[in-house]
Design a protein around this ligand. Sequence first.
Ligand code: 5AD
Ligand code: SF4
Length: 442
Amino acid sequence: MAEKYHIVTYGCQMNVHESEKIAGILHRLGYEETDTNENADIIVFNTCCIRENAENHAFGNIGALKKLKKQKPNLLIAVGGCMTQEKGKTDVLKKKFPFIDIMFGTLNLEELETLIKRKKTQKKRVIEIRETEGEIIEFPDAYRTSYPNAWVNIMYGCNNFCSYCIVPYVRGRERSRKPEHILAEVQGLVKEGYKEITLLGQNVNSYGSDGKTGTTFAELLDMVASIEGDFRLRFMTSHPKDFNEDVVKVMEKHRKICRLVHLPVQSGSNAVLKAMNRRYTREKYLDEIHMLKSRLPEAEVTTDIIVGFPGETEEDYLDTESLVKEVDYASAFTFVYSPRQGTKAAEMENRIPEEVQKDRIMRLVELVNTLTRRKSEKYLGKTVEILCEDYDAKKGLYLGRDEFGRMGYFSSNTNVIGKFIALKITKANGISLYGEVVSVKD
Ligand code: 5AD
Ligand code: SF4
């Protein structure tokens, strides 16, 4: 019987896709998937360090394995991802959890195969973390678990050093994949029947700015959208300092590209944006939104917002509220500022008291929910195109998303996962929509 693996993933889409690459490596080694720790012969933690609570989660879950490892000494425990790239964190992990067998980083993911093989021949644990990024290593065989959606990295790393953010320290400088590799991957995925492709990068708009590809993001998007086939195309994340009209013109040209742009604003106050080192102003951000909506009136925008950044006054916070209202986001991810060691903001002295942060996040969440609910109600009676992604056994309903990322539930007698459904919306409940199938596209 084949040995089994279980991967525990924390954090963003980038990590979810990296776990698919880890799964690809494990399948190459002959492992099969299981979804419990108890049945696994190897457990891999793909960690995140963007906020303290992501780290605490991982610490808790790794710590909880102590007993299982005692019962099953041959169980391999591997820890990778952003946490292991953090300065000093591997030492903390080593000390706290002596039962970890393998540690690897985001910059040497491809080495995991060798590290596992090495661990199997030696008693001593294997720790291999690279300090700096190397050339991009192409992964031929990610084991994808998200049909009909597929994620495709177009670049790695980040050069922006927003003052609160640890990503540039743990993922290295920007490296762009060659357009021919990206195109070949997407062509392959479309051929295999994937219906939604999301191009991934920390700042997709700076694709190619390392000068190695000779292609801008707008050009790349145009090439990918020109691939024949019935699929949707998304991209994330756009950075407001670089988002431009060229990209919107390509969106106009191709109906395949979803009319949804994830454009993290972080704050609506110019003083806070400056302290965050975001390198745009509220006015420039709003100009971009107007440019987008004047070319594509149906376009929607989603965002990320941080409240309680050092020095944020009540007035600054209210600027964020007013910007949220003005943009009228389709949805927003909202976060309380979390100091990350080694970043500029962690050194700032004008920290905001926790109760003020809590108060602001609650008010902001309420505002965002109100906007989202209002948008949901506008769907009532309309027919929208949903890409069916899954079946919710608890609800007994299929579910999928429209191009704006709205979740729609419906019942069907046949399995329609991977199909585009025309859904007439009959009920809106918070952010979820419910409807009746009008037609199924083959
Ligand atoms: N504290 C809180 N939120 C953060 N983000 C990044 N770093 C931090 C931090 N230190 C948020 C930003 C970013 C999203 C992925 O996570 O909003 O866009
Ligand atoms: Fe972090 Fe800013 Fe880079 Fe995004 S652009 S990953 S927020 S440093």
